[in-house]
Design a binder for this molecule. Sequence first.
Ligand code: NAI
Length: 331
Amino acid sequence: MKILFYDAKSYDYDSFQSKLSGFPEISVEYIRSDLDPRTAALAEGFDAVCAFVSSDAGAATLDILHEKGVGLLLMRCAGFNNVDLEKAAEYDIRVMCVPGYSPEAVAEHAMALALACNRRLHKAYNKVRENDFSLSGLMGFNFYRKTAGIIGTGRIGAAMCRICHGFGMRVTAYDVYQNEGLKDIVTYVSLDELLQGSDLISLHCPLTDDTYHLIQRDTIQKMKDGVILVNTSRGALVKTEDLIEGIRLHKFAGVGLDVYEEEAPNVFEDRSDEILEHSTTARLLSFPNVMITSHQGFFTREALEAIAITTLQNAEDHRMGRASANDVKLP
Ligand code: NAI
């Protein structure tokens, strides 16, 4: 089986190549370009393509993949909101993903963002480097005995609940389904109760029609003043313009974002030469209590290893005609 691996970075190459010897029937060719309608034709002669959160696997791309005879779309990530599943089903293109490669990797990053923006670590780091040892502008608050509000208690949200519990926080959560495994440490509440009662709100639900712009003016107004908001899930869960308005109105003690609306489709690019004066990300970064990272929640050694093994196993299952729990189906 031949796989064309789109948007390959050196760390992808290293992690996949190190696992490939366990899959002798599979070969992988790596290219730097990401998957989109302009690059889909490169998949001619391949059985499968491997794509990521940054890829465009919409209808136009799938039209071309189908025409080129590709029967398998291997998403090397948990989310698949960038895949047109109806089109894939129409063309019988199998879509597989890596649902839970390392929930702790993302949850630990969510807590790192929460702590960093609460205690202004990004600011403190720069101050001390400039020989400024004053504490002005650095005051935070204790998480101990405060209330965490976790939206979405699947794999990553559950890991975040456990971390917050470990910090001595009261942990509340909102989800459309309750996670039985958390009942000893989590109190499920309505979304409104969570918004009104939480000192730290962390988003861990997927991006769907129901969750698009879940955090916007109305929901922000319901939050406590001085709340910390963290989003490591998907950018469009938060309406950026309304977030900026909330920050200006001093609603937030801190905002930590690993994902943001503007990141697609250029996620993971080095844009250090660009002047981003019109970007909403640049506007967000102008606030001292905002900390932004570049969709790196998943980026740990353990997670990359797990992604490589599961993606190659998905390919092997397809090759052998086996069903898999990692099949992405139409809802
Ligand atoms: P999961 O599928 O295990 O959990 C998602 C949870 O959200 C489920 O419990 C589900 O019932 C809940 N949910 C669905 N609709 C909801 C709604 N309308 N309101 C409240 N809850 C709702 O997914 P997992 O593995 O925990 O991943 C969560 C998200 O994290 C992914 O969808 C992805 O967008 C993001 N992610 C981010 C990464 C990063 O590097 N920053 C890496 C991996 C995932």
